[in-house]
Design a binder for this molecule. Sequence first.
Ligand code: SF4
Length: 364
Amino acid sequence: MVAMRHLLDLSLEEIGDTLVEWGEPRFRATQIAQWAVHHGVTDFEAMTNLPAPLRARLTVEFSLAPLPVITARTADDGATTKVLLDLGAGAAVEAVRMDYDPDEDESPDRTTVCVSTQVGCAMGCSFCATGQQGFTRNLRPSEILAQVLHFTRERRVTNIVFMGMGEPLANYDATLRAIRWMVHPDGLDLRQRGITVSTVGLVRAIDRLADEGLQVGLTVSLHAPDDELRRRLIDTARGTTIDELVAAAKRYIEKRGRRVTFAYALLDHVNDEPEQATRLARRIRGIQAHVNLIPYNPTAGAGLRRPSRERVRAFQRALQAEGINATVRIERGQEIAAACGQLRTDVMNEKTAPSGAAFAVIEP
Ligand code: SF4
């Protein structure tokens, strides 16, 4: 049996093309998008402004099925929820929702969803649970979007960060298709500036993203002040230097007019010496960027430790002393193992995922 195609793997234009081939007016594509994405409807029969024969044909030819929820866990603060969604064939993917209370953190009322783009990851960051499990497959656009739609059915989502499992720019086309649905006025209609793509450093893909005409934010993970250490920490970093990444970030800033964030996972006595902060600062000085420090979230078997609060502060101060804007990630949801670098994809790992984790995210 041939699996039915998910409608949201198509772009709005492609849906229109299909309808035109069927002898339907193109404007129906807009109506369908509004139902399927904006309202999160999962049944064509609910699209009451479409003619019945069209609803019937769509039902036969396309799916709008959401991803079934395997588990959902909410942190004690009630504001951080992680879901494990079933992709079929034994694979699953995690997404996290974080609600920010304006009274508590003096920021506008917002809800951020952290999405995954791959089952597993091939980039091989030594401190990441997803990286340790290897790469299984890319997600389709509809599977990326489904993570957000799961949460938009519960409440309004304002921000998206591509910081879950996988390297978004290694699944470039699906990531871009999902983003286009997120920002389209007939889709989720999110602000482009409310979306952040995070990469461990695919230079050509960064340049490609800069040319897309989108205003999405970019986070580049450095994690080391020199190439030798970076290559020890990130298996796949061999072919790329920090200078090349910084140059790509600079081009992104010039083309998009947006500040770039450099992410830096702090590992106790590995890359967290103030002297390393000073060297890092000198490599990135002079460009419109800031550094987001992520105290390491332990993963089973990695043999790395989280630095003390004092070491984190000392590293931050050393960056600031060199004129670099540096922040430490806000930590939330300590007990639900939804931390950056801790997301895993299968049910067995979900049951055994390390507890005491802290989820945190860079806010654009
Ligand atoms: S940190 Fe990101 S890029 Fe690195 S292995 Fe994990 S998921 Fe992949």
